[in-house]
Design a protein. Structure first.
Length: 258
């Protein structure tokens, strides 16, 4: 079953998944030629095991999830063999997202997994999961702080070197239905540290099962396409500067061609 064209439901044996946040249940498919001298290279990720323990319902019919599943190969050029890993969150946390993203947050050329997690009492945060070490398990590499109260969410927007300093930033909209602030964060150790915040921008409406807008590069550097807070205008953010691209089209927010 596929929801919103992005998230798959998988019927994993629940008893095989641990209830603690630090434990990872790993199954390798005994591939021939697996290179154990390299960290695993993620090639797909999905959310599974819907739950009703968090009653936010910000994504309409898309539920929160208990489990993150990741498939990996032994190197970026490998096309044979796979290792499948599952992480199950404890009862205080859920994955509250349309789908996990394979984004290179560290800048080493190997993707990490970026996903929104929500605490039942503290609201959402952005989390980065990674096979950090050679032969290591999938672990949480870094997070933003929780927003601070339940039923408060954030919507990922993109990843690039948005400020031109040679390091990547992850962009998301903080509380897209209330605060409507575009936030840029950068990996610093085990934290995602805020570098810039721009008000009056959003990329999600309550009840929608997708995140709107996106990222493009028209030759002058990476930029984000979002909506104004009142959803009347299409906005562009490049190099920390906000500009209007035009009125919101009748069919909603899309990334226009260059």
């Amino acid at each position: 079953m596929r929801l919103a064209g992005a998230v798959l439901l998988a019927l994993l044996p629940t008893a095989a998944l641990a209830d603690t946040i630090d434990h990872v249940e790993t199954r390798a498919d005994a591939p021939d030629g697996w290179d154990h001298d390299r960290p695993a290279w993620p090639v797909w990720a999905q959310l599974s095991h819907p739950t009703d323990r968090y009653d936010h319902d910000v994504l309409g019919g898309l539920p929160p999830w208990e489990v993150l599943e990741v498939g990996a190969v032994s190197c970026g050029a490998c096309r044979h063999g796979s290792e499948n890993t599952w992480v199950r969150l404890p009862k205080e946390l859920v994955f509250e997202d349309v789908a996990p993203r394979l984004w290179d947050v560290t800048g080493d050329g190997r993707p990490e997994i970026v996903v929104v997690e929500s605490h039942i009492a503290k609201g959402a945060r952005l989390a980065v999961w990674s096979y950090a070490d050679i032969g290591g398990d999938l672990t949480r590499l870094a997070t933003t702080p929780f927003i601070g109260q339940p039923h408060r969410w954030l919507a990922p927007a993109g990843i690039a070197d948005f400020d031109g300093d040679g390091r990547v930033e992850v962009a998301y909209v903080d509380r897209p239905h209330l605060q409507a602030e575009l936030v840029f964060v950068r990996l610093e150790g085990d934290r995602l540290v805020e570098t810039l915040r721009l008000p009056g921008l959003t990329n999600h409406r309550i009840g929608e099962m997708t995140i709107s807008g996106g990222q493009r590069d028209c030759g002058a550097g990476p930029e984000l396409v979002l909506a104004s807070k009142d959803w009347t205008r299409v906005m562009r953010v490049r190099g920390g500067q906000v500009a209007e691209l035009g009125p919101m089209p009748p069919d909603g927010l899309r990334v226009p061609p260059c």
